[in-house]
Design a protein around this ligand. Structure first.
Ligand code: PLP
Length: 459
C-alpha cells in the first residue's frame, strides 16, 4: 500500500499546556498592548507564529546533550564535537562559535565592511543589513524580479539577479566589494529557496573577480530540500550531500543555530582564509568569549551539534516543508491571498489583496494580524509599511513598503497538523469578515525600528 499521509515524524514526550483565552479577554489584552502584538505577553497567545527563530522543540537526544555538555573554559569536548559536525557539513577550515547569527555578522563586517564598501546579497536579512550599515558600508539587495510578485508560482524565487550582480561587480570591482553574500532560503523574500545553479554561478562570478563569497546559511537544510525536490538532476542525492556541495562553492558562511540548528540559542562564523579567521578570533575573544565556546555554554554547543545532525534528516524535512505547503494550499483553496509557492519556514499573506479597501498608510497587514489575534489568539507579524514604511518629516508624505505582508512563521517540531487546521479555520473566518476590518493609525512611535514598540488604534 502506498501511504499518502505525511505525519509528524516524532512522538511527544514532554508537553506544554496552551492557555485558552476568550475573545473578550483578547479584546482587552489588545487594547492594553496598544494593538502591538510584540507587547502581548506570550502566555496570552494560543498559537505563536511570531517567528521560527529560537522557538524549535529540541529532541530527547538534544536534551540529553544539555546534561552531557562539557563546561570546561578551554578545549571542551563539546566544542570539538560541534567543530567536527560543522566541518563535516560545510567543509570550512575555521569554525568560530558565536551566541547567535548576528554576532557572527558583526565580527565579519567589522573586519570586511567599512566606509566606501558595497556588499550585495540576494536579499539582506535585517540584522545583516544593520551590521553592514553600522560598519559604514552599503548593503545592496539584488533579488530576482519574480520575487516581488506574490501570486507567481516559480521554483526558485529566492535567487539572486545574476545580471545585476555582474553589472555591480564590473562597476565597483574588488576594491569596493569586499564580499558577496547569498541568503538561503531567502528569508526577506518569503522564505523562497535559491537554486544550486544560481549559487554555483554566483560563486564562479566571484572567483573570476577574486571576491570572497559567503553564505548566510540559517536555513541551509530547508534550502537543500527544495533543491533536491525541484532542481533537475538532484533527486538522487541526499540533502546532506547537496548542502555539502552548496558550501563547497563558498569561502565561508554565517549561521544562526536558532533556525536550522534546531536550538534556542547559538550561531557560528566559518571560513577558509587563515588570516581572516585570526582577525575574527581576536574580535571574538573581546566580544563573545574564548574561541572554543564563543558566547555559548558547552551544553549549548552539544545541543547545536546534535541539532545540525537531525536537521538534515529527510523524513523531518519532508514533514517540515509539507506542513508549510499544507497551510498555503488550504488558504489558497479558500481564496485567501497567499504568497506562492509556499516557502520553507513561514506562510505569507498578501495583505493588499486581502484588504483592498485599506490603503498602505492604514497598515492593512497590521490590521489583519490584530484581527487574527482577536479571532483565535494567534500571533503573526506584519511585514509591510509598519516595519518598512516611512513618513517624510519635512513634507509629511507617506512612503509605503514594497509589499504589504503578514508572516505566519512556523516553529520547528512544535505544532501539529490540528494546530495548523485551527489556524486555517481562524484565518478563513477573518477573511469572511474582511469587509468589516478597518485600518490602523499609529498613536506613538519611537525614532527607529518602530514595529517593536509603536502603539496603534483602529480607525
Ligand atoms: C535570524 C537570521 C539572522 C540573524 O540570526 P540571529 O540568531 O537572530 O542573530 C541572519 N540572517 C537570517 C537570514 C536570519 O533568518
Amino acid at each position: 500500500m502506498a501511504i499518502k499521509t505525511i505525519f509528524e515524524p516524532f512522538r511527544i514526550k514532554t508537553v506544554e499546556p496552551l492557555r485558552i483565552t476568550t475573545r473578550q479577554e483578547r479584546d482587552s489584552i489588545l487594547k492594553k498592548a496598544g494593538y502591538n502584538l510584540f507587547s502581548v505577553r506570550a502566555e496570552d497567545v494560543l498559537i505563536d507564529l511570531l517567528t521560527d527563530s529560537g522557538t524549535a522543540a529540541m529532541s530527547a537526544r538534544q536534551w540529553a546533550g544539555l546534561i552531557d555538555g562539557d563546561e570546561s573554559y578551554a578545549g571542551a569536548r563539546s566544542f570539538y564535537r560541534f567543530e567536527n559536525t560543522v566541518k563535516d557539513l560545510t567543509g570550512f577550515k575555521h569554525i568560530i562559535p558565536t551566541h547567535q547569527g548576528r554576532a557572527a555578522e558583526k565580527i565579519l563586517f567589522n573586519i570586511m565592511g567599512g566606509q566606501g564598501k558595497v556588499i550585495p546579497n540576494n536579499t539582506h536579512f535585517d540584522t545583516t543589513r544593520a551590521n553592514i550599515e553600522v560598519s559604514g558600508a552599503e548593503a545592496v539587495d539584488l533579488p530576482v524580479k519574480e520575487a516581488l510578485i506574490p501570486s507567481l508560482v516559480k521554483d526558485f524565487k529566492g535567487n539572486m539577479d545574476i545580471t545585476a550582480l555582474e553589472r555591480l561587480l564590473k562597476e565597483k570591482g574588488r576594491e569596493h566589494i569586499p564580499l558577496v553574500m547569498m541568503t538561503v532560503t531567502n528569508n526577506s523574500c518569503a522564505g523562497q529557496p535559491a537554486s544550486m545553479g544560481c549559487i554555483r554561478r554566483v560563486s564562479e562570478l566571484c572567483r573570476s573577480y577574486k571576491i570572497p563569497f559567503f553564505i548566510d546559511a540559517c536555513r541551509f537544510a530547508e534550502n537543500a530540500w527544495f533543491v533536491k525536490t525541484r532542481e533537475p538532476g538532484c533527486k538522487g542525492r541526499s540533502v546532506k550531500q547537496l548542502a555539502q556541495e552548496m558550501f563547497s562553492y563558498a569561502d565561508g558562511c554565517t549561521m544562526s543555530g536558532k533556525k536550522d540548528g534546531l536550538v534556542n540559542i547559538g550561531g557560528f562564523l566559518a571560513m577558509n582564509d587563515d588570516e581572516l579567521a585570526q582577525k575574527a578570533r581576536n574580535i571574538l575573544i573581546v566580544t563573545e568569549g574564548f574561541p572554543t565556546y564563543g558566547g555559548l555554554a558547552g551544553r549549548d554547543l552539544e545541543a547545536f551539534a546534535q541539532g545540525l545532525e537531525e536537521v538534515v534528516d529527510e523524513d523531518y524535512l519532508k514533514y517540515r516543508i509539507r506542513s508549510t505547503e499544507y497551510v498555503v494550499e488550504k488558504l489558497d483553496a479558500l481564496g485567501v491571498p497567499v504568497f506562492k509557492p509556499a516557502g520553507g519556514h513561514a506562510v505569507y499573506l498578501d495583505a493588499k489583496a486581502f484588504l483592498p479597501h485599506v490603503p498602505p498608510q492604514h497598515y492593512p497587514g497590521h490590521a489583519i494580524a490584530c484581527a487574527l489575534y482577536l479571532e483565535g489568539g494567534i500571533r503573526s507579524c506584519e511585514i509591510g509599511s509598519v516595519m518598512f514604511g516611512k513618513t517624510d518629516p519635512a513634507t509629511g508624505e507617506f512612503q509605503p513598503a514594497m509589499l504589504e505582508m503578514v508572516r505566519l512563521a512556523i516553529p520547528r517540531r512544535v505544532y501539529t497538523q490540528s494546530h495548523m487546521d485551527y489556524v486555517v479555520e481562524c484565518l478563513a473566518e477573518v477573511f469572511a469578515q474582511r469587509d468589516k476590518i478597518r485600518g490602523m493609525r499609529i498613536v506613538w512611535e519611537p525614532p527607529i525600528l518602530r514595529h517593536f514598540t509603536a502603539r496603534f488604534e483602529p480607525l
